[in-house]
Every structure is written in structure tokens, then in C-alpha cells.
Design a protein around this ligand. Structure first.
Ligand code: NAP
Length: 254
């Protein structure tokens, strides 16, 4: 049983849908005060309304520092402080290198990697005021552990997040703030469903637990990393993938 996180102030970026919404829901169910962030305000509001338990919406682009600062300010104003930043917003267009426009590389790195830096930097003054400051990054198995055609930019961004984390955790340690990352495997989200039924069924077959994960699987890992009990864990990764990265060959799954 984890020490309750009730009353803690939490920002979840990319929480209008998918994994971010799942993370926000898990924290809100524990009576944390959750700020649901995405660029599209109407979708963030709909998500916050569905999550309930006092969750509220804010519109910000994590690729824009001023908007990240406004996001941190909103948490301070609405919740009286900030304890947890779940830097989850991310994009994953799938394009092979030969066909990729350089602007797509910039978009993916700018959102997934620079977005982490900007979110953490903007939230740092507020997090320093917490006695239990936490940063939880949503990385991926793609990049840090595996590769997949079409995701060279995405994999680079997700590996880059871990490089960022390993220095950020040292810099922020003096403020008592931990920085960790969750590495999801294939989790059923609106974004993933867009990749089509063939992708989803092939993926499920390649996972030892024979199913894709659900967004709450990532929310539960984030909740643990945000807990008092995880206070001595920093700069680490938790893979949540149903065992997907482990089989050496298709034979191993028979
Ligand atoms: P999703 O369903 O497409 O949702 C993405 C969320 O991020 C939306 O709320 C979107 O809202 C927001 N977003 C995108 N760009 C943003 C920006 N510049 N600023 C603020 N918010 C932004 O994606 P998902 O599948 O839940 O993925 C979420 C995270 O998990 C990503 O970091 C992804 O890399 C990671 N991940 C996912 C999987 C998976 O299987 N689904 C696996 C491994 C890792 P707006 O468009 O309104 O901004």
C-alpha cells in the first residue's frame, strides 16, 4: 500500500487522450489535483470533465517555452503548488528516412525531446517548492531498446529523453526532486489505433502476454514513481511492455 498522493499537485502533458489521459485518471482517482494539458483546449476540457475528481484543463504546446511557463503558473494558481510533472506529450508520425522531410524530424524532436527540456525547465521553480518533487517522463521501448521502420526520428527522441534524464536527475537531486522514465511497449491509444488493425494484431502476437497494454498500466507505474515510497529512486527506467522486448525469436513465443 502506497502512502496516499491525495492533495498533491500534478501536471500531465498530452493528457487529452491516450496514455496521458490514463495517467491523469490514475492520479485523479487517488484524489491528486490534476492539470490536464494539451494543445487543443476543447479536447483537454472534455478529458478533464470525463476524468472528474477536480481535474482541470489547460492549453499549452510543450514545444513553446512561454506556454510551458504559463502551464506551470496555472498549476501554482489552481493548486497552490506543484509536486509532480508527468512529461508525456509526444507525437509519432511513421516515415522512412528516405521519404522523411527534415521538418518532420524537427517536429518529432521538438515535441518529444525539446518538449521535455522546456516542460522541466518551466516547472522547476514550482517543483523546488515541493517536499516531494517528481518528474516522470514517458519515453518508449522504441529507441532506448528496439527499432522499427519509420521511427528513426521517434526512436532518437525517445533515447534522447533518457540521456536528458540522466543529467537532469543529478542536477535536480539537490532540490530533492527525482527524475525517472516509464518506457511503454504497445499501449492501446487513439494514436496507436491510427496505425491500423494489421499493426495492432501483429504486435499483440509478438508480446509474451499476448495483448497490448492499457493506458492505466502506464499510469500505475507513474503513480509508483510519484509515491513517497519511490523517494530513493532517480534516473531510472521502468519498462511496461508485457515482456515484448524479451523473445529472441518467434520460436521463443511458440
Ligand atoms: P496520443 O494518443 O496521440 O496522444 C498524444 C497527446 O499528446 C494528446 O493529448 C495530444 O494533444 C498531446 N500533444 C501532442 N503534441 C503536443 C504538444 N506539442 N504539446 C502539448 N501536447 C501535445 O499518444 P499516446 O499514444 O497516448 O502517446 C503518449 C506518449 O506515450 C508519447 O510520448 C508517446 O511517445 C509515448 N508512447 C506511446 C506508446 C503507445 O503504444 N501508445 C508506446 C510508447 C510510448 P494535442 O494534439 O491537442 O496537443
Amino acid at each position: 500500500m502506497l502512502t496516499p498522493i491525495s492533495g498533491r499537485s500534478v501536471i500531465v502533458t498530452g493528457a487529452s487522450k491516450g496514455i496521458g489521459k490514463g495517467i491523469a485518471r490514475v492520479f485523479a482517482r487517488q484524489a491528486a489535483k490534476v492539470l490536464v494539458v494539451s494543445r487543443n483546449l476543447a479536447e483537454a476540457e472534455a478529458s478533464a470533465a470525463e476524468i472528474g475528481n477536480g481535474a482541470s484543463a489547460f492549453s499549452a504546446d510543450v514545444g513553446d517555452f512561454d506556454q510551458c511557463r504559463a502551464m506551470a503558473e496555472a498549476a501554482l494558481e489552481r493548486h497552490g503548488g506543484l509536486d509532480v510533472l508527468c512529461a508525456n506529450a509526444g507525437v509519432y508520425p511513421q516515415t522512412v528516412i528516405e521519404e522523411m522531410d527534415p521538418s518532420e524530424w524537427d517536429l518529432v524532436l521538438g515535441t518529444n525531446l525539446k518538449g521535455n527540456f522546456l516542460s522541466v525547465k518551466a516547472c522547476l521553480p514550482a517543483l523546488k517548492g515541493s517536499d516531494q518533487g517528481r518528474v516522470i517522463l514517458t519515453s518508449s521501448i522504441t529507441g532506448p531498446v528496439t527499432g522499427f521502420p519509420g521511427w528513426s526520428h521517434y526512436g532518437a527522441s525517445k533515447s534522447g529523453q533518457l540521456g536528458f534524464m540522466r543529467t537532469a536527475c543529478i542536477e535536480l537531486a539537490r532540490h530533492g526532486i527525482t527524475v525517472n522514465a516509464v518506457l511503454p511497449g504497445n499501449i492501446i491509444t487513439e494514436g496507436l489505433e491510427g496505425l491500423g488493425e494489421d499493426y495492432l494484431s501483429t504486435m499483440a502476437a509478438s508480446i509474451p502476454l499476448k495483448k497490448l497494454g492499457v493506458v492505466e498500466d502506464i499510469g500505475n507505474a507513474a503513480l509508483f514513481l510519484a509515491s513517497k515510497e519511490a523517494a530513493y529512486i532517480t534516473g531510472q527506467t521502468i519498462i511496461v511492455d508485457g515482456g515484448q522486448i524479451l523473445p529472441e525469436s518467434l520460436e521463443a513465443l511458440e
